[in-house]
Design a protein around this ligand. Structure first.
Ligand code: EPU
Length: 417
């Protein structure tokens, strides 16, 4: 398996182009199942999760073509209601096909995603919503089976705002009879992007980006063209990298409005940030202040940036308290950071980080996507050569990360297995 080797101590300077967002691309590509005819997607990142989506949609009967950053999908041939274990186990977001399959084929059989390194990650709220729309749900041999001759709009309350749950039910409700109201819906920019895509297909959706989304069902949708929004987590990762190495990096093609929580925390830590249209520049100060943070659903601080921010706090002055409120096991990077000399103590969902003067390189193991990114960040400032193993996690969600870092002056290279 490939590994990434990082020689610490180089400042990052220059410009980096932010790719399309993984978590926005996945649901919009799946939404192509809701109509026949060619949909066109632009700014699609080149990632392993996108390949898994292509494999899944093809398995279901859709035609998928890719040329550079453009993907075209035609679901006229959609005929297979089953998402098999072999694909779902590689990518939990495969559960997104559940609602669209029921809406188009009246039935779906989707392997139940298991837990993953960061938590149990149940899908009970997806299923509760689908049942409210009229689907009969069974769990059988590790698969969710859902059937509905007719889907009818309903009032659905989420106990917890769930991103893919909200997306799944939006995609189901657009073809249901009558009106659906999603309450306590997720408000992430990826939800707004999906609503924009569906609206472009002829769906009637109001309130995306707020906690109440109203969807008036239509009989059929049309193919459309959609540009994937920039990846706010990739952007946030480069923002932390710039600050951490005390360099100056301009991010091109990002959406500063989606980055406010990160911008705020980085400024409090001492970084200088100037915002431009579709871009921003981050410059690291001489030293960092400790800052506390608590992960929250959007617009709060994203759980997908917690590990990266913890690296910055590991070398800041003083004590930082980091609370993870979204996933129950998202501190798996802590033991690896400790091996690099970080002083971090975890009690329950809280990590107390006491800044140290420097980190020291060590071989480390990536355990999930964002934890992997945090280990590269740690390598950028550690003394010596850090080896990050199991990088397939990174390839799921960061496009050419080692090349982007290298272009900014970092000594980061991939060693093939
Ligand atoms: N939850 C339930 N029941 C459900 C669904 C969710 O209890 O039916 C709980 C989860 O266990 C969690 C909370 O609700 O405690 C929020 O989870 P959510 O459903 O919002 O997460 P998700 O949709 O599975 C997406 C992203 C994640 C990101 C989270 C939180 C995609 C494909 N994935 O996951 O991204 O961390 O939202 O923002 O959009 C990543 O990119 O590395 C990643 C893990």
């Amino acid at each position: 398996m490939d590994k990434i080797v990082v020689e610490g101590g180089r400042q990052l300077n220059g410009e980096v182009k932010i790719s399309g967002a993984k978590n926005a691309a996945l649901p919009v590509l799946v939404a192509a199942l809701l109509t026949d005819g060619w949909n066109t997607f632009k700014n699609v990142p080149d990632l392993r999760d996108i390949d898994s989506t292509r494999q899944l949609l093809t398995h279901l009967g859709a035609a998928v073509e890719r040329s550079g950053e453009t993907v075209r999908i035609n679901a006229a041939g959609l005929n297979n209601p089953e998402a098999p274990y072999d694909i779902v186990r590689k990518m939990r977001a495969s559960i997104l096909v559940l609602g669209p399959l029921v809406a188009r084929l009246k039935r779906a059989r989707v392997s139940l995603p298991g837990g993953c390194a960061i938590g149990a990650r149940p899908i009970n709220l997806h299923l509760k919503g689908l049942a409210a729309l009229g689907a009969a749900i069974d769990l059988d041999h590790g698969y969710v089976e859902a059937k509905a001759d007719r889907l009818t709009g309903a009032d659905i309350y989420f106990d917890i705002p769930t991103v893919t749950g909200t997306e799944n039910l939006m995609m189901t409700a657009v073809l249901a009879h009558g009106t659906t109201v999603l309450r306590n819906a997720a408000r992430e920019p990826e939800i707004v992007a999906l609503a924009d895509m569906l609206t472009g297909m002829g769906a009637r959706i109001e309130g995306a980006g707020t906690s109440i989304i109203t969807i008036r069902g239509v009989d059929a949708l049309n193919p459309t063209t959609f540009t994937v929004i920039p990846d706010r987590i990739e952007a946030g990762t480069f923002m932390v990298a710039a600050a951490l190495t005390r360099g100056q990096v301009t991010l091109r093609g990002c959406e500063p409005a989606h980055l406010e929580a990160c911008t705020d925390k980085l400024k409090l830590a001492g970084a200088k940030i100037s915002v431009e249209d579709k871009g921003l520049t981050v410059a690291g100060g001489d030293a960092f202040n400790s800052v506390d943070l608590r992960t929250q659903p959007y617009p709060g601080f994203p759980t997908d940036m917690q590990a990266q921010f913890m690296v910055l706090m590991s070398v800041a002055n003083g004590l930082s308290v980091i609370s993870e409120t979204i996933f129950e096991n998202r501190f798996i990077h802590v033991s690896e950071l400790r091996r690099m000399g970080a002083d971090i103590r975890v009690t329950g969902n809280t990590a107390v980080v006491r800044g140290v003067s420097h980190l020291s390189a060590a071989p480390v193991m990536a355990s999930d996507l964002r934890a992997s990114a945090s280990l590269i960040l740690a390598g950028l400032v550690a003394k010596g050569s850090t080896e990050v193993n199991r990088v397939y996690h990174l390839d799921r969600g960061y496009q050419a990360i080692e090349k982007k870092f290298a272009a900014l002056g970092a000594a980061v290279r991939r060693l093939p297995a």
